[in-house]
Design a protein around this ligand. Sequence first.
Ligand code: SAM
Length: 324
Amino acid sequence: MTSAENMADDIVGQPEPNTLRGSDARSAAVDIPAGTVVLAATPIGNIGDASARLVALLERADIVAAEDTRRLYDLARRLGVYVSGRVVAYHDHNERSKADGLLDQVETGATVLVVSDAGMPTINDPGLAIVRRAIERGLPVTCAPGPSAVLDALALSGLPTDRFCYEGFLPRKHSERVQALRALLPERRTIVFYETPHRIADSMDDLLDAFGPNRAMALCRELTKDYEQIRRGTIGEIHQSVINDPPRGEMVLVIGGASSEEAEAAAPNSLSIEDLAVLAIDRALEDGLRIKDAIAQVVQEHPLPDGSLANRKQVYAAVLEIKG
Ligand code: SAM
């Protein structure tokens, strides 16, 4: 690391060591593993969720690799902790390039603490690169677990928790988001997404389109904070509530998994273009539709396994061929 980087990393603003009596007792009782990478979860809103291990690690780790050094010092100030180790910025843009340098320090016996701005490192936050490199280099890596919005929201949603999948943030682009949602239609497990206030209205529109109005869901916002709010209902109801009262702050969406009937109906398309053409011909006859409208319906109802849709022109060509 250059001295300029060092200076940039050493941001002022943490309390003096002699002001830190409050955390001493908690910190002293905790073992700090030498020569180890430690990932530690930080509060996602409520400072009271900081663990005794987090406090001890902040005070005594040799190096603290933090997603945002200002936020680290803010956390330390709120906890009344003096960060005695060297602080380095460790974020999405440099985590790969910095991992080996940090691990060299681990090799010499240093404790390297990895923290993100909030919640568990590696969960849509930096940390995975150093975990992977530590594994590759045979160096110890451990975790001081704690708050994470995924589990908090899942537990509060009231939806089944025995099997769930975490999908991170939905894609930003509408077409990719719709494709991702269609691919999840047959998912039987409870589904957890992270979402942002400026995309929630569009995402709810797409959820309604893809899943229909009747699936159960929960919109969980400002978890652990004073204004924590859980909106529970069907997708149709939550869609309307987002229009009536746009939610602000941080949020997580939890969607009920498909019933067996829904999963069967939405099972990935193993139908060929010719199968779709036959279905479209039948649909046009039964429902008195124009063939192009029948094709559009059939194609929409049978997405391919990756959530994309079969090419309507190819289905139309197959229809013409069948009809001779
Ligand atoms: N590593 C974090 C964790 O373990 O939860 C997640 C970091 S990710 C960059 C930030 C997203 O997590 C937010 O956009 C939001 O979707 C979710 N999130 C974090 N804190 C939250 C909170 N207090 N309430 C609701 N959602 C939260």
